[in-house]
Write a new protein. Structure first.
Length: 223
């Protein structure tokens, strides 16, 4: 993939992910096994944000990690542009979903801040993953996908087979992971401290990986 095409690809991913959320809403797909007739328009805001977050953790790092660059500065600037393009492309669908659900301003602001933090994490992961080759890179990118995809499944198994673990610290472990964070933030206006530590944690980790990856790239190309 050429550098000139990566920003456009990121924009397509962002628009496509949010659009898929609206498609799922119109199709009446449900998060639970409960069967309800008709579209799930009441969950449009949740669906679009969930598919966008899934794109950030599963597809976006893989796309950026596949780009070949001449040096660290090129990778850095392109990663920034790609992240911004992905988020900007998703905005029209997100606005539509927010309008359909009459999303309150506090919830809208909280979810937006969390998605930006997720984007910072994803960009940082793409920079950090260049340190690895072959199996190591696959494992690092797979770990990001697992961070989003595995916790909901584990929680379902936990609820079905170990119900006594629900509640207390065991019941709150899910709030550390992206999918449950999005679901919680889309349904309620979280307090400032909760949003602050979520945004801060993912942003700091993402920026740490980002600048560490830049230093590694620059060291690699230095004479």
């Amino acid at each position: 993939m050429k550098m000139s095409s990566s920003t456009m690809t990121a924009a397509i991913l962002g628009a496509g992910a949010a659009w898929l959320g609206l498609v799922a809403t119109a199709a009446g797909w449900r998060w639970t096994s409960q069967t309800l007739a008709g579209p799930a328009w009441e969950d449009a805001w949740l669906y679009t944000n969930m598919t966008l977050a899934m794109c950030l953790f599963v597809l976006f790092p893989m796309m950026l990690a596949s780009v070949t660059f001449a040096g660290g500065d090129n990778r850095r600037s392109c990663s920034f542009r790609s992240g911004l393009a992905l988020l900007a492309a998703a905005v029209p669908m997100l606005i539509t979903a927010a309008w359909l659900n009459q999303t309150s301003v506090p919830i809208l602001m909280n979810v937006s801040a969390i998605q930006i933090a997720f984007a910072i994490f994803a960009v940082g992961l793409s920079m950090w993953s260049v340190e690895f080759h072959g199996t190591g890179r696959i494992v690092s990118l797979g770990a990001a996908a697992g961070l989003f995809l595995l916790p909901p499944g584990i929680a379902l198994i936990q609820a079905a087979n170990f119900p006594w673990l629900i509640g207390g610290l065991w019941g709150r472990w899910l709030t550390l992971f992206p999918a449950p964070i999005i679901q919680l933030a889309c349904h309620s206006a979280l307090n400032e401290s909760t949003v602050g530590w979520i945004v801060g944690a993912y942003s700091v980790i993402g920026m740490t990986m980002f600048f560490h990856g830049i230093q590694w790239c620059e060291h690699r190309i230095s004479p």
